[in-house]
Design a protein around this ligand. Sequence first.
Ligand code: KG4
Ligand code: ZN
Length: 338
Amino acid sequence: MNILAVESSCDETAVAIVRDGREVLTDCIASQVALHRIYGGVVPEIASRKHIEAIYGLADQALSDTGLTRQEIDAVAVTYAPGLIGAVLVGVNFAKAAALAMDKPLIPVHHIRGHIAANYLAYPDLEPPFLCLVVSGGHTMIVEVTDYTEMRILGTTLDDAAGESFDKVARVLGMPYPGGAALDAAARLGDESRYELPRSKPGANPYDMSFSGLKTAALNLIHHAEQVGETLDIPSLCAAFSAAVSDTLVPRVVRAMEETGCRKLAVAGGVAANSRIRRDVLAAAEAMGAAVYMPPLSLCGDNAAMIGAQAFYEYRAGNLADMSLNAYATKSILGETL
Ligand code: KG4
Ligand code: ZN
């Protein structure tokens, strides 16, 4: 089954064609990152306009890359939530029009389910059940993927997402948007023991976590240094920050493996590209004898291939939409409107 998949929830316009949920035939992306960089973050209205400009050409490119005709596309899938509402609407309207014009089924896909499904592309043998640490720009959670379209949220961040806190600290350090990757690169040259940063303590739900205290502590440290004229060791601060984020995430994942007995651990989302988190997840999984699944960096950030992968399983579960499909800025991974 060839699925034409569309993603436009933030600042990447993307169209992919994925066969049977596992094989990427083409994965076309037009990134707007350079455009938003001068503003230090995504400007929603600019994002929507750029999606409109890019989306049709990308769909054409996807067809010409694969040599497939419109008749050989079996369904159209689209990210319908969550994201910047004007941006998501562009993809949803394009996908509705394409499905209508080609007379094909329309498959709505939750963006975070798509991030998880990036693992199906990287690991053809991976099947649920497994645990997944989801770390993106807007979401941070530990999910038990019981089946392809059935999941249970074990814990989430109570405030900022991990990616959001990486970006904020990077921005204050003068790194270009989105700063997560730059902060990660700097951290590799630093000594994390030079700065002490707090770790999120377990709360009522031991899987929940918090990053705002850590973010504020890092920002206070930077501002204090500025005020007293002290030169910061930026790589070491980045290393200390990355270590603190990882120390918040990884012990909770270990606990989830212990308590569920599950020995398959996946990571997903843009922050899953972080070298410190990847290293610590790998070590923790190895220590527990668990299998670990980490998508290549190219599939960690936003892309449409992951949407096409998840769409195959949504289709199999009968989760289709009609022309009344709407876009949602927020919606839980379980499908509940927030
Ligand atoms: O999943 P994603 O592409 O978009 C959302 O769905 O939010 O995640 C983007 C986030 C940004 O916050 C970006 O800074 C972060 O992923 N990121 C990283 C790294 N690469 C991307 N954060 C830390 N270390 C990285 N290497
Ligand atoms: Zn994303």
